[in-house]
Design a protein. Structure first.
Length: 135
């Protein structure tokens, strides 16, 4: 938790600093929650179950306030991906830090993970709810 702010950058400051905190890195996994997100602990547990050691990132589903699930059965794309569904091993933060400077940070981080050759495992499990309607 950052004590100063707000930074008015959609959470990018906190996300980009996450890899610098030893207590974050020691936990093994990281998930990004905004103040309007709700985490479903049963969904998160199911998404993490039986994950191979080689998996770097789990791409899970997120329920939006309008009832839509993203990315659902669609291919991940700009506009149908929510950062809450990107559950990463903390080891990837050293190689692929959270991008800053654009509202669509979750999409740009996903693209960077793919570009870096990180092993992304798709899980069609809803891990949480995004509290506001997606544009």
């Amino acid at each position: 938790t950052l004590t100063e702010g707000p930074h008015d950058d959609w959470g990018h400051t906190a996300r980009s600093l996450a890899g610098t905190f030893k207590e974050v890195l020691a936990r093994g996994w990281i998930i990004w929650l905004d103040d309007d997100n709700e985490l479903f602990s049963e969904g998160l547990s199911a998404a993490l179950a039986s994950v191979s050691e080689e998996t770097d990132v789990i791409l899970a589903d997120v329920l939006l306030s309008d009832g839509m699930v993203v990315p659902g059965r669609s291919e991940p794309a700009l506009g149908n991906l929510d950062g809450l569904g990107l559950i990463a091993r903390t080891r990837v933060l050293a190689d692929v830090p959270w991008p800053t400077g654009a509202y669509e940070g979750d999409w740009h981080w996903y693209e960077a993970l793919v570009g870096a050759g990180k092993k992304i495992e798709r899980r069609h499990i809803v891990v949480g709810r995004h509290g506001t309607t997606h544009p």
